[in-house]
Write a protein that binds this ligand. Sequence first.
Ligand SMILES: CCCCCCCC/C=C\CCCCCCCC(=O)SCCNC(=O)CCNC(=O)[C@H](O)C(C)(C)COP(=O)(O)OP(=O)(O)OC[C@H]1O[C@@H](n2cnc3c(N)ncnc32)[C@H](O)[C@@H]1OP(=O)(O)O
Length: 219
Amino acid sequence: MSNEQRPVWHKRVTEAISADELAEREALWVPLTEEVRELVSTAILSEVDEHAVALARQHIRAAQEILGTKVDTGSFGMHVNDEGLAWNWGNAATGQKNAVAPPLCQVPIADGVRYEADFGAGYEGPPGCLHGGWIALILDHASGRAAHLEGNGPTFTGTLTIRYLQPTRLGPAVAHAWVETRTANKFVVRCTLSTEDGVTAESEGVFVLARWARKPQED
Ligand SMILES: CCCCCCCC/C=C\CCCCCCCC(=O)SCCNC(=O)CCNC(=O)[C@H](O)C(C)(C)COP(=O)(O)OP(=O)(O)OC[C@H]1O[C@@H](n2cnc3c(N)ncnc32)[C@H](O)[C@@H]1OP(=O)(O)O
């Protein structure tokens, strides 16, 4: 239980669904997300003629109509079941249903959090390199995840300071985040982003377990 009411913007949907059914649902939607992500990349790089573009648009509109016959409104939010499972598949960094999210893959490690990804054409900023905004998102998310795991609750980015050390070439990259110091509700987290060129960006962030999400004894 938290000290205060959840804020009004905190969309929470309770569903009667078992863990097995949820896994089946995930297996249904993740391939669609991957295909939409691939579509974005292919559209950027495609050099087909005007007839092919027109035909592709017809197919995309048809898919849009099919998916649009039954939709929720607003955002995906946080879905929960009564077994304590929670899934936020719309999340802009790692959402299973969000093709805008980069293809981050979390790899278990002993010291903090590690994400791996292969960044393609859809993430370009400087020609051939990863956009600085995406770099910020990755550092932010990996750091927030490290704080979340250690603090066992939703931590918000209070302050994030990034040093862009050298251009991050598109292709494989690894983020590593770890909690450096903590108090009951505040975590100082460091994170690096590396490619085959070495560390390309590093950050230090303060992540805060929001007042409304704290357990009463932690206040
Ligand atoms: C929501 C639930 C979601 C559930 C998710 C579950 C699944 C998880 C899955 C995967 C992990 C997710 C990983 C996500 C990673 C991405 C995170 C983001 O991008 S978050 C979006 C951007 N950030 C905001 O929008 C914050 C907006 N600001 C606020 O909401 C508040 O200002 C907040 C929470 C930051 C602080 O408010 P207060 O009222 O709770 O904090 P007070 O009690 O005043 O302070 C506590 C301590 O923190 C320091 N503090 C407060 N604000 C600070 C700040 N901005 N910077 C540095 N320190 C700050 C204070 O000085 C105090 O420190 P002293 O304990 O005295 O040492």
